[in-house]
Ligand binder design. Structure first.
Ligand SMILES: CC(C)(COP(=O)(O)OP(=O)(O)OC[C@H]1O[C@@H](n2cnc3c(N)ncnc32)[C@H](O)[C@@H]1OP(=O)(O)O)[C@@H](O)C(=O)NCCC(=O)NCCS
Length: 192
């Protein structure tokens, strides 16, 4: 009995770690499988186009040496309030219901809190995200740059009042990718 339980535990074992550059191809394949290859036409993608994720806020789930989950967060201005947008979150269909999605969410939200961010917003299923504290209580006056279902726009305050008075469009404020890519080259030139 104990052996069987240990075997089950080992079969479910996974790790959450920071995303690495070498994860990108597997992450993109997982996102295609989870959301379809037309996923980049979704409204939330407008908040990520050409931007880097927020520093230290991109995570990967690994099981048996294989990428099986991903979540990232992005800087936005949410109707006058600084916030992060969470997404996309996905777990490989062959590894769902093992707690990987929840582990990614907990890891991401602890890192958000540790870095002093006040609020997270997302577009997603309330029955899933509600278990992590997301509600529509402070998102009613917010909008997105494209079509969206109002009841799926959810927020979570990590600092009380961080979304008070949030009203208007959610717009991206993250570092443009081109600027981030240019940085190492400048450093390399200086070092040479
Ligand atoms: C949502 C997702 C990340 C959950 O990953 P996971 O590793 O299976 O999650 P966990 O094992 O931690 O939790 C599984 C539980 O969440 C529930 N769940 C999964 N997706 C859900 C959803 N959209 N709404 C409500 N509950 C959901 C499962 O039924 C299961 O319930 P149980 O604990 O009562 O059995 C995964 O199903 C996924 O990648 N879905 C496709 C992409 C997606 O829709 N992502 C964003 C969610 S809006």
């Amino acid at each position: 009995m104990r052996l069987a339980a240990e075997h089950q535990l080992a079969a479910a074992a996974f790790a959450i770690r920071s995303e690495r550059a070498s994860d990108v191809a597997a992450r993109e394949a997982l996102l295609d499988a989870s959301f379809g290859t037309n996923r980049n036409s979704r409204t939330c993608q407008r908040l990520r186009d050409g931007r880097a994720p927020a520093d230290g806020l991109a995570f990967t789930a690994v099981r048996d040496g294989r990428l099986v989950g991903t979540v990232r967060l992005w800087h936005v201005n949410a109707g006058g309030r600084k916030a992060l947008v969470l997404g996309p979150l996905a777990v490989d269909p062959s590894c769902r219901k093992l707690g990987i999605g929840a582990a990614l969410m907990h890891r991401a939200l602890s890192a958000v809190a540790a870095r002093g961010h006040g609020a997270v917003i997302l577009l997603g299923d309330a029955p899933w995200y509600g278990r992590f504290g997301f509600t529509s209580a402070k998102t009613a006056e917010l909008s997105l740059p494209g079509p969206f279902e109002r009841e799926r726009l959810l927020g979570l305050e990590l600092r009380d009042g961080a979304l008070d008075g949030a009203c208007g469009m959610i717009v991206p404020t993250g570092t443009p990718l081109a600027r981030r890519a240019a940085k190492p080259r400048r450093h390399a030139a200086r070092a040479a």
